[in-house]
Design a protein around this ligand. Structure first.
Ligand code: ZN
Length: 170
């Protein structure tokens, strides 16, 4: 079975039409979560969004709060926070969506497939046995928004728990 991990394909296939003004990873305001922007989590250092153009159900985007393009620009505390957030994302996805595996990837630069090359972001993509047919399964693009909304509601409580733990810690 050939398994090809190409989350960037969806960014090309669907384009960026729905992208709002400003940076995707900096939703306006200060709220720690926001349904309209599919913002699941935001604290001082990290941001987690549900990808509006998912390669698989539960496709998360994990970014530093700071607008920076390259991995070499990350400060130590951002490195730690991002790695910890990737761990949390894996735990939450496993708990709620029961994937068989998870891909974590970083596309640096447009040539490498980054749809938003000027703000570094990790892709966290849950995988299921046989999911290489995902594109066929969701060929009816109109069904996706509802699907995404449902997944957002499913995952949000876990991220709110995380935020509470983070706030208690401070
Ligand atoms: Zn940004």
């Amino acid at each position: 079975m050939k398994t090809l991990w190409t989350p960037w394909r969806m960014e090309h296939v669907l384009g960026t039409a729905a992208r709002s003004r400003g940076c995707l990873f900096e939703p306006p305001g200060d709220k720690p979560f926001a349904g309209e922007q599919l913002l699941l989590y935001r604290d001082r250092l990290t941001v987690v969004l549900l990808n509006r153009f998912p390669y698989a159900n539960g496709h998360l985007l994990v970014a530093p709060r700071r607008h920076l393009a390259d991995i070499t620009e990350l400060a130590d505390r951002e490195n730690s926070a991002l790695m910890a957030m990737l761990q949390h994302c894996c735990a939450i996805l496993r708990r709620r969506l029961r994937p068989d595996g998870i891909n974590i990837g970083l596309n640096l630069g447009e040539t490498a497939g980054a749809g938003t090359p000027d703000h570094l972001h990790f892709h966290v993509v849950p995988r299921w046995e046989g999911d290489h047919n995902f594109m066929t399964v969701v060929a009816d693009i109109r069904t996706i928004p509802q699907h995404i909304r449902h997944t957002f509601e499913l995952l949000l409580p876990d991220f709110q728990e995380l935020l509470k733990a983070e706030n208690d810690h401070e």
